[in-house]
Ligand binder design. Structure first.
Ligand code: ASP
Ligand code: MG
Length: 457
């Protein structure tokens, strides 16, 4: 069997859901289990209405709920045709009645707890999974909606619950396998689960990819397909280099390094349960289903190119902290990181000398307050309009002299920080933001003009 997960845009409207039906039909012989997100933007809207209700604004909450009801009714009407829709209409209607009841309750109390938040948020996937299951059936596929709250068992850390894998795997086998064996297409909502006591939970925003991995790992899937609206991972940003190429296969570690730069495609950490079981994960494009996408594998195959990808992140600020009096003293770095911790500002790149440290942070963090705090320890300077450039590839581990080649190409560039180490598969440096386009273009020309056809499209 395989798992096919479709994200919010892939089930965002009638045409998108029809495409899903076509794509699933083509995979029928592989015994798919389908996992869907809520329709695009629905989770945000549900959280907005939950907050409105929590602040006592019942009217706004119910108005937003009406809009959501209309969108689902309209889509269902278009997908199902009159006869089926009439049947489905009352089922959907019951869900919206209970959502409204919930919103009224929240606004009467005027308090929104994480537990109630999950109750509201779960409607997105509950509705989309029913809708898509009905649409698949209307397309002649034997599809059955499986309530994820009966299968995905989690702890009670509401809004970011952690699955209890043993219990979950047992339940998945009990609920899903019989359907597969009778030739049906089980269809589940991502993102949602329930505690052992049956209280609805959610597993964190963007959690449907994680759900797909949980289902795939629990049922020993042959592969997991994550259907999105891009062709897969690219050698670099095509807006900077129009000749950027698709990466056919990338290791989990490489993909994890790149996740920080291109959050649009999935965050690999969410598919870890699958990778740990050596189940390959594919990123595929539901608008271009014949494209073979990107495969994320536990280990990368040999590649003749040094790198898999070049990425850049702009809007970075460098914070320089220098304390000559700290020469040979211990505890300097700790006191600096403590300050970042107190201000809850994450640090990305670090480089140090005996008496100074340079760190990068996102420019939209509140840096002046941090700097004032750090100034009690040392001399502090900070400077915005910087960018992090990162080259990723497993070959960095093995092949000597790669850093020399990279910086040789950039000998006319002012480089502010350099970092290689830690994961051993990335070479990271910090430059002026304005230099990003030509730096990426030049490196891409040098390192990606001849591509290993086994790895790149
Ligand atoms: N619908 C959820 C969200 O928007 C989960 C997902 O789409 O992955 O966060
Ligand atoms: Mg997503």
């Amino acid at each position: 069997m395989i798992v096919m997960k479709f994200g919010g845009t892939s089930v965002g409207d009638t045409r998108a859901i029809e495409r899903v039906a076509g794509i699933v039909t083509e995979r029928l012989t592989q015994k798919p289990v389908v996992v869907v997100s809520a329709m695009a933007k629905v989770t945000d809207q549900l959280l907005t209405m939950a907050k409105a209700a929590g602040s006592g604004d019942r009217k706004t909450a119910l108005k937003l709920s009406r809009e959501l009801r209309e969108r689902h009714y309209n889509t269902a009407g278009e997908l199902l045709g009159t006869a089926l829709f009439t049947e489905f209409h009352s089922d959907l209607g019951d869900d919206f009645e209970s959502l409204d009841e919930l919103l009224r309750g929240i606004s009467a109390v005027g308090e929104l707890t994480p537990r109630t938040t999950d109750h509201v948020a779960a409607y997105g996937e509950m509705l989309s999974s029913k809708l898509v299951a009905a649409a698949l059936s209307a397309h002649g596929l034997l599809s059955t909606m499986v309530d994820s709250r009966k299968c995905i068992v989690t702890d009670n850390a509401h809004t970011r619950a952690t699955p209890l894998f043993d219990e979950t795997n047992d339940r998945l086998r009990a609920h899903v396998l019989p359907l597969l064996n009778s030739g049906r297409v089980p269809l589940m909502g991502g993102f949602i689960g329930a505690t052992k006591a049956g209280i609805t939970t959610t597993i964190g925003r963007g959690g449907s990819d994680f759900s797909a991995a949980i289902v795939g790992a629990g049922l020993d899937a042959e592969k997991i397909e994550i259907w999105t609206d891009v062709d897969g991972m690219m050698t670099t940003d095509p807006n900077i280099c129009p000749d950027a190429r698709r990466i056919k296969v990338i290791s989990f570690d490489e993909a994890a390094e790149l996740a920080y730069f291109g959050a649009k495609v999935l965050h690999p950490a969410t598919v870890l349960p699958a990778i740990q079981k050596n189940i390959p994960v594919y990123i595929l494009n539901s608008r271009n289903p014949s494209c073979e996408g990107t495969r994320i594998a536990a280990r990368a195959p040999a590649c003749r190119n040094f790198f898999k990808a070049i990425a850049a992140k702009r809007r970075i600020t460098i914070v320089d902290v220098a304390a000559p009096r700290m020469l040979l003293a211990h505890g300097f770095l700790k006191s600096i990181f403590d300050a970042f911790d107190r201000h809850r500002i994450p640090v990305d790149v670090v480089s140090t000398s005996e008496v100074s440290v340079s760190l990068t942070v996102d420019s939209n963090e509140s840096i002046p307050a941090l700097a004032a705090d750090l100034a009690k320890l040392a001399d502090v300077k900070y400077e915005g309009r910087k960018a992090i450039v990162c080259l990723v590839g497993e070959n960095l581990r093995e092949v000597p002299g790669i850093a020399g080649r990279v910086f040789g190409e950039l000998s006319d560039l002012k480089i502010r920080m350099i970092s290689q180490g830690a994961s051993e598969i990335n070479l990271t440096f910090v430059i002026e933001e304005d230099a990003v386009p030509w730096v990426i273009q030049r490196l891409h020309r040098v390192f990606f003009s001849e591509l290993d056809p086994a790895v790149f499209a």
